[in-house]
Ligand binder design. Structure first.
Ligand SMILES: NC(=O)c1ccc[n+]([C@@H]2O[C@H](COP(=O)([O-])OP(=O)(O)OC[C@H]3O[C@@H](n4cnc5c(N)ncnc54)[C@H](OP(=O)(O)O)[C@@H]3O)[C@@H](O)[C@H]2O)c1
Length: 301
């Protein structure tokens, strides 16, 4: 491993780089951290090439780029632009985690997978999943990860099914997965969706309750319900912050709460930053690597 100072260039397409991610990078060991804001996709090539040619090739793995923002596809496009900008042997490492969504989604999928395995002897193959907050970055990334593992995923629209139809089309084109877009705009529709699901991912905005106790009471097939929202009220009625496979009150399903997920998410993001610093060669991490790390952290791999 090179003894070069670990430097992280953090790119955000919007006007702030997330303080959360800056702190995570510093605590993982990056010594120099530089945020860049309002970054256009077209500017990534120039930034990467400016960085890689300033250090000898063996310092490349100690030069990192982080892609933040609030848009999963844009962050992946920035990763691709970075990859194409490299001029071997002048290379650097990259990591995309827009709004913490890749590591959060990876943690949620792995935490639920552990409960499915330990309590029901099940895997993701053929498991029916309903995703609330599907147009958000966490909902989107968790849908893709679960679908790539063989789950049968429904994206629930809370206003206008067209936007989730668009997400499903993008997912098919980019990742080859078939996601079903469904309307969840009325309480009756939401109840039917929960009744038909074996797993629910509640990934809606902070402080928004999307699944009620009554919805779950009527759901006979429901095995596990996960909620990433830590801001009261919970995204799922009756969910407790640290639940990790405990029964949800008033129904047969088991709950996975936001701080059980948050614990794995934190270790996952920190672990990927540390891998960037410690690697002998350049690495490129996205939601797939986050999921592999989350599976290790949950004892699944
Ligand atoms: N536990 C953890 O470690 C952790 C880490 C990161 C984030 N989080 C949490 O994860 C959640 C999602 O974050 P995100 O960054 O993906 O958020 P986001 O991009 O803002 O997405 C929020 C989603 O919620 C939907 N939504 C908004 N209001 C709603 C309502 N009244 N009913 C139903 N759905 C509604 C949005 O739909 P529209 O597109 O229609 O607005 C969107 O699909 C948040 O609660 C956040 O706090 C948790």
């Amino acid at each position: 491993m090179s003894d070069a100072t670990p430097i992280l260039h953090m790119l955000a397409p919007q006007k702030h780089m997330s303080p959360f991610d800056v702190n995570m990078a510093a605590d993982a060991g990056f010594k120099v951290i530089v945020p860049y804001v309002n970054v256009d996709l077209a500017e990534v090539t120039g930034l990467i090439q400016d960085a890689i040619f300033s250090r000898p090739p063996n310092y490349g793995p100690r030069t990192g780029f982080f892609m933040g923002g609030k848009d999963a596809i844009l962050a992946l496009d920035m990763m691709e632009a970075a990859r194409k900008a490299m001029v071997p042997p002048f290379e650097c490492s990259t990591f995309a985690d827009p709004a913490g969504s890749f590591t959060t989604a990876a943690a949620m999928v792995a935490c639920v997978e552990r409960v499915l395995k330990l309590k029901f002897g099940r895997s993701w193959k053929g498991t029916r999943v309903a995703v609330f907050g599907a147009t958000g970055v966490v909902g989107f990334a968790s849908s893709i990860i679960a679908a790539l593992e063989g789950a049968d995923v429904r994206l629930v629209a809370h206003r206008g099914v067209d936007r989730v139809v668009k997400s499903a089309a993008v997912s098919k084109e980019r990742f080859g997965v078939d996601l079903e877009a469904v309307s969840g705009e009325t309480p009756e529709r939401r109840r039917d969706i929960v009744a038909d699901a074996e797993v629910v991912f509640a990934a809606a905005a902070a402080g928004v309750q999307v699944v009620s106790a009554d919805d779950m009471k009527a759901a006979r097939r429901l095995l596990v319900v996960a909620d990433v929202n830590a801001v009261p009220p919970p995204g799922v009625e009756g969910m407790e912050l640290f639940m990790d496979g405990a029964p949800l009150p008033g129904c047969d399903a088991l709950g996975v709460g936001p701080l059980a997920i948050g614990d794995i998410k934190y270790k996952c993001e920190s672990g990927l930053f540390r891998q960037m610093i410690e690697s002998d060669g350049p690495v490129a991490f996205d939601f797939r690597h986050a999921y592999a790390m989350a599976r290790k952290l949950t004892g699944l791999a």
